[in-house]
Design a protein around this ligand. Structure first.
Ligand code: C2E
Ligand code: MG
Ligand code: MG
Length: 655
């Protein structure tokens, strides 16, 4: 068997892609941060010399200019005797110091700069003119010639100052140029940083969008999960889990729960397929909701073709409310090309009286539903008696499971006699349950086995055991009795049924002509279309087929004609009233049934024959065979074998 691969989660692929996107975005983000950091360092690198070096140089150049001007002013004031000599000398010394300081700093910034060298030379020349001026002024120039000398010194000093200023202007231009360049580099770095920051912001924004999208998708998925957890995907109605939650949340408010089962829905699925069946379920759900609208119910799909309605009790009784449901489903459903007729069974239970929690309430509503089915009605309400009954059934079910496993079942055989020639023609195999030493009637446990599905297992055992016994009788020359085995409707529905029969034949060596299969009239009529095909297959294998309990199952004569049957078993309820002076009608009924069998070309056997009188009457009415206590009770296998041996030994048939 190939290994079942787990379903691939729908979200795996996007999730993986998402992880990659986040990883890529993180790497990109880190890269961008790195770039931003390095660009910021560039800005720092470009702006630091500007602030620390270039700008102070401009200040120093200005200082030299100011000092030069001050020196000239000092000279002229001294010349004009506006200041005393001491002040002149002091100022000259101060200004010289300031100017030299500035020149020294400029010298550091522009080492080996020709222009600066020139400035230094000219200034030194000019500075050395200072003592000359002082000397001339000390002599207190009195004539024009002396004054001219002083003026000449002053003029030379002015020329030097001009020369220096000229050089300073050029130097300033040079500094300004480099300031501009540094500024441009800083601007470049800043704009690169700005660009990177913008890129980073866009990236973060995109990631935020992605995260938002992901969160939204996740929220949606969570909503969807929550919806699916409480809803049925086929009909869109609430599911069983939602019903349980709802009931448990009711907290004592009176409610009625009606469980609804659509009968034989699996047949519909088998014949028309799941798609049509799903559409039919949707249509059924909608119809039920529309018809019961006035009750404001909540509709739940439990499983398969089982629904439940939960509503608060109103003016009507549950019975009247259920009438609405039945009315809803009575008209045919048009599904695709098909017109489907469905029938439903309902069971109701009241909350909290019949069940104070979800488990008890649904269990009891289901018990009512089963009761309805058993009694052939469409609806039953839960009662305490039903509860007791269901408890007993539950106990029986548990015990029966053990019985099947622990060989507590045995098979008895009731001989069947031909009235015409008093020959044993066969026997019916009837199962018995030996429970604590006592025999339990199949009438008690077969219905439970059918309800729970255990009949499939029990039926297989019965068939195999009957086949084994029949082969033994045939091998031992005991008159080749045909052994009839009862088959439940439920067994027909089992997909393994046909294969099981073939296995039983092969394993035991039995042949189909040794066996007869009995199916009750009510089982056939419950699902005629489904059963007819199975019967045909069994007939084709060579089995004889009998319709059991005839007269109790409201056969449609039209159907009856179509079934591939061999034998009709008149139900004992018709045989029992027969006696010599019984009313004409009783005889007439049996006569009619016998005639019907004859018309359909069937052998007719009467069961439940307890008296000779009954046998005689049946013979008169044209019945072929009999089975009953008058002739023999059902016998355990050994007793049945002895019975057959004795009959074989009798030369004259017993009367
Ligand atoms: P049935 O198939 O109609 O079987 C005939 C029933 O009538 C048997 O009851 C039999 O013991 C009883 N009976 C026979 N002759 C007389 C008589 O003269 N008077 C009276 N009062 N009763 C008589 P039993 O064995 O209790 O079986 C009851 C039903 O249980 C059967 O009815 C059959 O429907 C079901 N059953 C029995 N064995 C099996 C089985 O192996 N598989 C299935 N699916 N159903 C079984
Ligand atoms: Mg029978
Ligand atoms: Mg019967």
């Amino acid at each position: 068997m190939p290994a079942i691969r787990p379903l691939k989660s729908l979200s795996t692929v996007p999730r993986r892609a998402l992880a990659w996107i986040f990883l890529a975005a993180s790497v990109l983000g880190l890269g961008l941060s790195g770039f931003i950091a390095s660009s910021s360092r560039d800005v720092l690198k470009a702006s630091t010399p500007l602030i620390r070096e270039k700008l102070p140089l401009l200040e120093d150049i200005g200082q030299v200019e100011r000092s030069l001007l001050a020196i000239q002013v000092n000279n002229h004031q001294y010349f004009a005797y506006s200041i005393p000599r001491a002040v002149y000398l002091e100022r000259r010394a101060q200004l010289h110091e300031t100017l030299e300081g500035s020149l020294a700093r400029l010298g550091v910034a522009f080492p080996e700069n020709q222009r600066l060298d020139k400035i230094r030379d000219v200034y030194r020349n000019s500075y050395q003119l200072g003592p000359r001026l002082d000397q001339l002024m000390e002599k207190s120039p009195s004539d024009k010639a002396d004054l001219d000398d002083v003026r000449a010194v002053l003029v030379e000093m002015a020329i030097d100052a001009n020369e220096i200023n000229g050089q300073l202007t050029e130097l300033r231009k040079h500094v300004e140029q480099s300031v501009l360049e540094a500024g441009a580099a800083t601007e470049d770095s800043i704009s690169r940083v700005a660009f990177l920051v913008t890129g980073y912001s866009v990236l973060i924004f995109l990631i935020a969008l992605l995260v938002a999208y992901h969160i939204r998708a996740r929220a949606r998925a969570e909503d969807e999960l929550a919806y699916n957890a409480s809803h049925d995907v086929v009909t869109g109605q609430f599911n069983r889990r939602a019903l349980e939650a709802r009931i448990n949340a009711l907290a004592g408010q009176e409610q009625i729960l009606v469980v609804i089962a659509v009968e034989r829905f699996h047949r519909l699925v088998g014949t028309l397929g799941h798609e049509v069946a799903d559409t039919a379920l949707q249509a059924i759900a909608e119809r039920i909701l529309t018809h019961t609208e006035a009750l404001h119910p909540e509709l739940y799909r439990l499983d398969g073709a089982n629904f439940a309605l939960l509503y608060a009790p109103g003016r009507q009784t549950a019975e009247m409310d259920v009438a609405l449901i039945l009315e809803a489903t009575v008209k045919p459903f048009n599904v695709g090309d098909y017109e489907l007729l469905v029938s439903v069974s309902c069971g109701s239970a009241r909350y909290p009286a019949d069940g104070g929690n979800a488990v008890m309430l649904t269990r009891n509503a289901n018990a009512a539903l089963q009761q309805a089915k058993r009694s052939g009605k469409e609806f039953a309400a839960y009662t305490a008696a039903l509860h007791e009954h269901s408890e007993q059934r539950l106990a029986m079910e548990v015990a029966l499971r053990k019985a099947a496993a622990q060989d507590e079942l045995e098979l008895h055989y009731q001989p069947q006699l031909s009235i015409v020639d008093d020959r044993i023609i066969g026997a019916e195999a009837l199962v018995r349950w030996r429970r604590d030493g006592k025999l339990v009637s199949p009438a008690e446990f077969i219905p439970i086995a059918e309800e729970t599905g255990m009949i499939v297992e029990i039926g297989e055992w019965v068939l195999r055991e009957a086949c084994r016994q029949t082969v033994a009788w045939w091998r031992n020359g005991l008159g080749n009795p045909v052994v009839a085995v009862n088959i439940s409707a439920r067994q027909f529905q089992d997909p393994d049924f046909f294969a099981m029969i073939q296995r039983a034949l092969t394993d035991t060596g039995a042949r189909p002509e040794m066996m007869e299969l009995e199916i009750t009239e009510s089982a056939i009529m419950h699902d005629p279309e489904g059963v007819v095909l199975e019967l045909e297959r069994l007939r084709a294998l060579g089995f004889a087929l009998a319709i059991d309990d005839f007269g109790t199952g409201y056969s449609s004569l039209a159907y009856l004609k179509r079934f591939p049957l061999d034998k009709l078993k008149v139900d004992q309820s018709f045989v029992r009233p027969l006696e010599a002076n019984s009313p004409k009608e009783d005889k007439a009924i049996v006569s009619a049934v016998v005639q019907l069998g004859k018309t359909l070309n069937l052998h007719v056997i009467a069961e439940g024959v307890e008296t000779e009188e009954q046998r005689d009457l049946l013979k008169q009415l044209g019945c072929d065979e009999i089975q009953g206590y008058w002739f023999s009770r059902p016998l355990p296998a050994t007793a049945a074998t002895e019975f057959l041996e004795k009959r074989m030994g009798d030369t004259v048939p017993a009367q």
